[in-house]
Design a protein around this ligand. Structure first.
Ligand SMILES: Cc1ncc(COP(=O)(O)O)c(C=O)c1O
Length: 385
């Protein structure tokens, strides 16, 4: 009954472990979960109030597919001012972040065309490419280079079928942050080989150690070949709102907008008023959350040093660490064992691609008490495996 297209796609490994952790909790187990990529903070009050007001004011009807004009304008201002992306509101389409990635790939990739993407990478990129009939070509990133996507590695993989390079900085699952040199090198490759770039910047504000986020669309000659994607989920603790955006040059924007019109029509009307408050309102809540993530990153790095079989350098962004482990077993098996014996839920690295094998992904988007307790349990259990 299922299409061949869908049969090609695997279930999400992160969701599987999250569901399993949920089942164990329901059975009464005291599981500490490091699985989900979701801030544990509540959405800041002023954002919630703006959405409530929108509901009270009857902002509950259809909008145009690309979204609320004021919000498109606010996104364009943010992308121009913070990231130097030379856009205006006509380039901005409001849609859930994941949907933005799916729509972009569906609108640009033909059957058999290749998309070069990091390995390990967020679990959803490859299925999007497969559903579009394209082929994902992994560029292996390693801890030797902080899991950054190196232009010279990408260059080796370009063929006459390559259509797009997919970037993600700061990254899930590794917390890798591209340097400006990396971005310039990747931009040169895209221009030399006439390629599109999809740049997933959803963790752009969760960046530490004074690092600066660089949008590839800001590089000379790149705007017309780049689709920049970002959203509210991670920066503003708004995962359930299903709200994000993309910025695309006009011809690509038009193609993507057709898919938006024929699929979700537009993002939820009153949620978009919340998004507007997020971008135009006080920035203190974001500063507070990023500071807290940085402190948690420092705490988890201190604790991991006490576990001899786990190895990991300090990631510079997002809220994940991706340590390599010494135990001689597949990462899925180790993750299941740790769930069982340590009552700690985390994700096996192979869920993020074959280059993720021998690694675990630990999300530290949970409070310091859980981090302390969970890492203690991991230490005690891993010593025995
Ligand atoms: C790298 C990356 N891109 C995009 C998304 C999707 O974000 P959203 O939940 O806002 O659709 C996620 C969510 O985990 C992610 O990790």
């Amino acid at each position: 009954m299922i299409s061949e297209r869908v049969k090609r796609v695997q279930e999400s490994g992160t969701m599987r472990m999250k569901e399993l952790a949920g089942q164990k909790k329901a059975e009464g187990k005291n599981i500490i979960s490091f699985t989900v990529g979701e801030p544990d903070f509540d959405t800041p009050k002023h954002i919630v109030e703006a959405a409530k007001k929108a509901l009270d004011d009857g902002k509950t009807r259809y909008l145009d597919a690309p979204g609320l004009p004021e919000l498109r304008e606010a996104v364009a201002n943010m992308e121009k001012n913070d990231n130097n992306v030379p856009c205006d509101k006509s380039n901005v389409l409001i849609t859930p972040t994941k949907q933005a990635i799916f729509e972009t790939i569906l609108a640009t990739i033909n059957e058999g065309e290749e998309v070069i993407m990091p390995d390990p990478a967020w679990v959803t990129y490859e299925p999007c490419v497969q559903l579009a009939g394209g082929k994902a070509v992994p560029v292996v990133t390693t801890d030797e280079h902080e899991f950054r996507i190196l232009p010279e590695k990408v260059a080796e993989l370009i063929t006459d079928k390559t259509k797009m390079i997919l970037l993600n900085s700061p990254s899930n699952p590794c917390g890798a942050v591209s340097t400006h040199e990396d971005i310039k090198g990747l931009a040169d490759l895209a221009k030399d080989h006439d390629l599109l770039v999809l740049s997933d910047e959803v963790y752009e504000k969760i960046i530490f150690d004074g690092m600066k986020h660089h949008s590839i669309a800001a590089e000379p000659g790149m705007f017309d070949r780049t689709i920049t994607i970002s959203g509210f989920s991670k920066t503003y603790a708004m995962t359930g709102w299903r709200l994000g955006w993309l910025v695309a040059p006009k011809p690509i924007f038009k193609g993507i907008n057709k898919i938006q019109q024929h699929s979700i029509t537009h993002a939820v009307s009153f949620a978009q008023y919340g998004g507007l408050a997020a971008l135009t309102g006080p920035k203190e809540p974001v500063k507070m959350m990023v500071k807290e993530f940085e402190e948690r990153r420092d705490l988890i790095m201190k604790l991991i040093k006490e576990i001899p079989s786990l190895h990991c350098d300090k990631p510079k962004g997002a809220f994940y660490i991706f340590p390599r482990f010494d135990q001689k077993m597949p990462s899925e098996e180790l993750a299941l064992l740790l769930m069982d014996k340590a009552e700690v839920a985390l994700t096996g690295g192979s869920s993020f691609g074959s280059a993720g094998e021998q690694h675990l992904r630990i999300s530290y988007a949970t409070n310091k008490k859980n981090i302390q307790e969970g890492m203690g349990r991991l230490k005690r259990t891993l010593e025995k495996i």
